[in-house]
Design a protein around this ligand. Sequence first.
Ligand code: KIV
Ligand code: ZN
Length: 514
Amino acid sequence: MHKEKLIIFDTTLRDGEQSPGASMTQEEKIRVARQLEKMRVDVIEAGFAAASPGDFEAIRAIAGTVKESTICSLARASESDIAQAGEAIRSAARKRIHTFIATSPIHMEKKLSMTPDAVVERAVDAIGWARRHADDIEFSAEDAGRSDLDFLCRVFEAVIKAGATTINVPDTVGYNLPDQFAETIRQLLSRIPNADRAIWSVHCHNDLGLAVANSLAAVLAGARQVECTVNGLGERAGNAALEEIVMAVRTRADVFPVETVIDTAQIVPASKLVSQITGYPVQPNKAIVGANAFAHEAGIHQDGVLKHRETYEIMRAEDVGWTKNKLVLGKHSGRTAFKSRLAGLGIELPSEEALNAAFARFKDLADKKHEIFDEDLHALVSDETVTPAREHFKLNYARVTSETGETPLARVTLAVGGQERQAEASGSGPVDAVFGAVERIAQSNAELLLYSVNAITTGTDAQGEVTVRLAKAGRIVNGQGADTDIVIASAKAYLNALNKLYSSQGRVNPQGDI
Ligand code: KIV
Ligand code: ZN
């Protein structure tokens, strides 16, 4: 069967990052963007340039770093948003502006307070503004899934005429069903006279758990770009999961008339990286990237797999990047081996100083834990990729006592903006005590929304990776910390979250008002 190309448009760094607490620092965004490039994602939506100066700078840095993938910035249909997007992606080897406006009756009336005629006019103007900065222009009709079909035909025909090269049909609120969504795509393709002058794209949210099913149905109906995120990260129930789209198209090549150029062996590393950076864990039974996705528990299945793999497996674990936990470094590994393994993982530390600090931490870890895996290295360097300016609170010392029948007690010493401060607190457990002591110094009064611990690798000497989610004044942040001692990991995670609260600026949500 002749295969057409299915363009994979990744929006982990934009729609994914809009998930509560999933915000990433510039360094973290660059690490994710590099991994996406390594996975051979066609288009990386690097952010929404007008959200804040930090978002703008992160897109600019990604545009200057990534060479193979197209770098895209989102922009509302406003001249100033589009100018900022154009400036942020200016240095990219391949660049795209993605502009959008809502087209459903409810969004036009209640959110935009605009008439349908004014929306068409604004959409066409937006394409004109975008063409000043790029030739590759994507237009989205926000809430297309609940828009009137005749109106969608009118808007899309007008923007294609104005120069839009990709037309995206978002099911913004995850309302559609696969057959219905596929029919929408079919109707758009057959009724719009200039439909053949654009690439048709879909962007599905997962509120009914149908984001992947809807996207795949749309591909069968003629869509040739799918917008998705690693691990299905995204607002509310998330977006279509990249790994599920890519592997469905590949595994069911007998059904799909398309193929992607994704290097599927990079899927699991990308999943782990995004999960580790955002603090959003991957559920064990998640398709493709869940820890149990290829585990055969039931004896009967194991027997079948051992006799003949295909009895119960439709994909090979190694094809999506699952490897046995390999010993990568040990106690005697030197700085050069350490540096080269980091390079192999796509990790570049910001300075020699950061590399030296990470190497010292590696030596400490190797003393406590004899086998160091790639997962350990990812956790270990995450501290070093945070620039010192953002580290307002730093853990210098912690002593925690916990004994049967006694109240746990913690004493911590923090550097706060360079000044040493000490406090003690008791708690219902050692973690509660350590958080209490930190809070006595930081006085953040932030609300603790989530506390979770995961072992990074197997074994009781594994590092525990802790995620802490804090909320304050409408802002939600996730902090991570890793250590072989989970109480220390917890303290680090709490401080990491506080540092994010302390340094994060206000941001504009692209899907708010225009
Ligand atoms: O869900 C949505 O409609 C979006 C658009 C901005 C493409 O994210
Ligand atoms: Zn979206």
